[in-house]
Design a protein around this ligand. Sequence first.
Ligand code: ATP
Length: 256
Amino acid sequence: EENSPVLAVDKVDVRFGGIHALRGVSLNVREGEICGLIGPNGAGKTTLFNCITRLNTVTAGAIRLNGQALEPLPPRQIIRMGIARTFQNLGIYAGMTVLENVMLGAHHFSGGRFIDALLRPGRSRRIEQELKARCADVLADLGLGDVANVLAGSLPYATQKRIEIARALASRPALLLLDEPAGGLTHGEVAEFGDMVARVRETYGVTVLLIEHHMGLVMGLCDRVEVFHLGQNLASGKPEEVRANPAVINAYLGKS
Ligand code: ATP
């Protein structure tokens, strides 16, 4: 028996003036699944993430999280709905400690109470302590406990990538969107990163949608893969099926 989808993307169209970036794409991600989203540059993968997080507006179609339509909601509401995201470029604050970076993620979960706690430390000490404890747990789970009080900018790039995941998890999301997380990592680091995401899925029960060009990571980590090409669905299935699909090889894999 299949679980109902956590994320349901239904015939989504996006136009930027004359550019038709998404042309009726559909995609379901089920609870606890790690779903890969692959395809050539310009296929519309990041545009879909931007639609889910409401940074872009869909021209037609619908996106639902656990059955609730996201289009009417402002971006700030998306986090409270249980969606967390990382971006293609690293978004770590170099001059803040690892713990502080992760607390920024927890702030959203707290409905803004964390900022109140910072502004009025005396009055909201309990909330601050709660959030610190929550974030310390996430850091420990991700093997970052030892560097909690180190400035994030002084740590290796691969560790900063890990901090980004910790920050996204601090809001205890139902759905985690990762935009090309393996970019810039060495071969060994990619393998370690994949192991960490697999562990995170087990520990947090989080559902993951992952844009990725690194096929080794996609093959090893994803339960299912969706392929976009020129703003449309090209193929979907188990990683092995997708890798062997002639249309996918022709449009994407053959050229990599
Ligand atoms: P990559 O693998 O390179 O990240 P992608 O599959 O994520 O590619 P998108 O970044 O979603 O592709 O881009 C899809 C198309 O939409 C491209 O033609 C891009 O130039 C266009 N596009 C994206 N955002 C905008 C925007 N804000 N304004 C105009 N065009 C845009």
